[in-house]
Design a protein around this ligand. Structure first.
Ligand SMILES: *[C@@H]1O[C@H](CO)[C@@H](O)[C@H](O)[C@H]1NC(C)=O
Ligand SMILES: *[C@@H]1O[C@H](CO)[C@@H](O)[C@H](O)[C@H]1NC(C)=O
Ligand SMILES: *[C@@H]1O[C@H](CO)[C@@H](O)[C@H](O)[C@H]1NC(C)=O
Ligand SMILES: *[C@@H]1O[C@H](CO)[C@@H](O)[C@H](O)[C@H]1NC(C)=O
Length: 312
C-alpha cells in the first residue's frame, strides 16, 4: 500500500517534530536562474526572462530574490553561489542538456553538492522543467518520456515516503487530506519521469525520495514530487506558484483556500531552507545592486499566459 492517510502523516510528523531549530539567517536571498526566451511573442522584450509569479512566490515565503543572468562567466556564477542562500529552477521549455539554462544550473548543482557535503547548507528547488533538470543532473542522462498533463490540476497521490518528508512536515493533516483528494496541483507538462523509469534508475532512486505520483493523460504514472534523501534538493513536476500568482481564466490555476495555503506553506518551507544557509554578499552595495528590486516586470497578460514577466 503506497498511499498513506493524513492521520498517519499527523502522528509521524509529531514524532519527528523534535528536529532542532537550525535556522540562523533571517535575511535569506534566493537566486532564480533566468531562462532563454523561446516564445517568439516574448523575444522583442529580452533574451532571458523570469515570470514574476516565481519571484512573488519566494517573496511571499519571506525571502528576497536575485535574478541569475545566464551570460556570466563561471567565476561570476561561483561568486553568486557564495552570495545566495538557495537556488530556484523555474519551469519553461529549454533543452535540458544543451541550453545555457541547463549549463548554468549544472554549475550551481555541482557547487551545491560539494557545499552540502562539507556542511555548508544550500537548498535547490526545481519546478516543472526545473524538476526535470534535477533528474537529468542526478541521473547524468535524460530519462524523460511522454507523460502529458497539460493544463490539468490533479490531487497528489502520496507515497509512503511522504509521511516522513521535510517538504510536507509543516502541513496540517486536513490540508494533506485536501491535497490528496482535491485537484490543487497544477500540471503543465508533456514530458516527465515515469514511476518505472525512476525506480529502475539506481542514481535517481538512491538520490531522491519519491513523495507523490500522478497519472498522465496517456495513463502513464509519473513522479510528481521528490526530495533529496541526503541533500536539501526538492522537485515538483507541478506548479505551486500559479495558485497564488497566476490568474489567466483560460488556464487551470486552482485558487481555492486550500490551494493558496498549500502554495504558501511550500514557499515558506523553501525560504526556511534558505535560512539555514550562511552565504552572503561581501558588500552591501553589491547585494543592493543584484536584488530583483532593480528591475521592473512587464505587463504581458495580453499576449502570454502570465500577468507579468521580468525580462533581461
Ligand atoms: C550580460 O548581459 C547584460 C545585459 O545585456 C549586460 O549588461 C552584461 O554586461 C552581460 N554580461 C556579460 C558577462 O556578458
Ligand atoms: C496511486 O499510486 C499507486 C501506486 O502507483 C497506484 O496503485 C494507485 O492506483 C494510484 N492512485 C491514483 C488515484 O492515482
Ligand atoms: C484549461 O483547462 C480549463 C479547465 O479544465 C479549461 O476550461 C480551459 O479551456 C483549458 N485551457 C486551455 C488553453 O486549454
Ligand atoms: C500589450 O499591452 C501593452 C500595454 O498596454 C502594449 O504596450 C502592448 O502593445 C500589448 N501587446 C500586444 C501584443 O497586444
Amino acid at each position: 500500500m503506497l498511499c498513506v492517510s493524513a492521520i498517519l502523516f499527523a502522528s509521524i510528523f509529531r514524532e519527528c517534530s523534535a528536529r532542532p531549530d537550525k535556522l540562523v539567517n533571517n535575511r535569506p536571498i534566493i537566486g532564480i536562474l533566468t531562462q532563454e526566451v523561446q516564445d517568439p511573442d516574448m523575444k522583442p522584450y529580452g533574451r532571458t526572462y523570469i515570470p514574476s509569479s516565481y519571484v512573488k512566490y519566494i517573496e511571499s515565503g519571506g525571502g528576497r530574490v536575485i535574478p541569475i543572468r545566464l551570460n556570466q562567466t563561471r567565476e561570476d556564477h561561483e561568486k553568486t553561489f557564495k552570495s545566495v542562500n538557495g537556488l530556484l529552477l523555474i519551469g519553461g521549455t529549454v533543452d535540458l542538456q544543451t541550453s545555457d539554462f541547463a549549463h548554468a544550473a549544472k554549475i550551481y548543482f555541482r557547487l551545491a553538492l560539494k557545499a552540502n557535503d562539507v556542511g555548508d547548507y544550500f537548498p535547490i528547488w526545481g519546478t516543472c522543467l526545473g524538476f526535470q533538470l534535477l533528474t537529468v543532473l542526478v541521473a547524468e542522462e535524460n530519462l524523460l518520456s511522454k507523460t502529458p498533463a497539460e493544463n490539468i490540476s490533479l490531487p497528489l497521490n502520496f507515497t509512503s515516503e511522504a509521511a516522513s518528508s521535510r517538504m510536507f512536515e509543516a502541513f496540517p493533516p486536513e490540508l494533506l487530506t485536501a491535497l490528496s483528494q482535491e485537484a490543487l496541483a497544477a500540471n503543465f507538462h508533456h514530458f516527465g519521469v515515469t514511476d518505472q523509469m525512476f525506480m529502475r534508475n539506481e542514481k535517481l532512486r538512491s538520490f531522491f525520495s519519491v513523495l507523490s505520483l500522478n497519472k498522465a493523460e496517456n495513463g502513464v504514472v509519473f513522479v510528481s514530487t521528490m526530495e533529496g534523501r541526503k541533500y536539501p534538493f526538492y522537485g515538483v513536476q507541478w506548479h505551486p506558484e500559479v495558485n497564488r500568482f497566476q490568474w489567466n481564466p483560460l488556464y487551470s490555476f486552482p485558487h481555492s483556500r486550500n490551494a493558496e495555503r498549500m502554495s504558501s506553506l511550500l514557499a515558506e518551507f523553501f525560504v526556511n531552507e534558505g535560512r539555514r544557509s550562511s552565504h552572503h554578499f561581501i558588500q552591501a552595495e553589491e547585494e543592493s545592486k543584484e536584488l530583483i528590486y532593480n528591475y521592473n516586470p512587464l505587463y504581458v497578460a495580453n499576449f502570454t499566459s502570465y500577468e507579468q514577466i521580468y525580462f533581461f
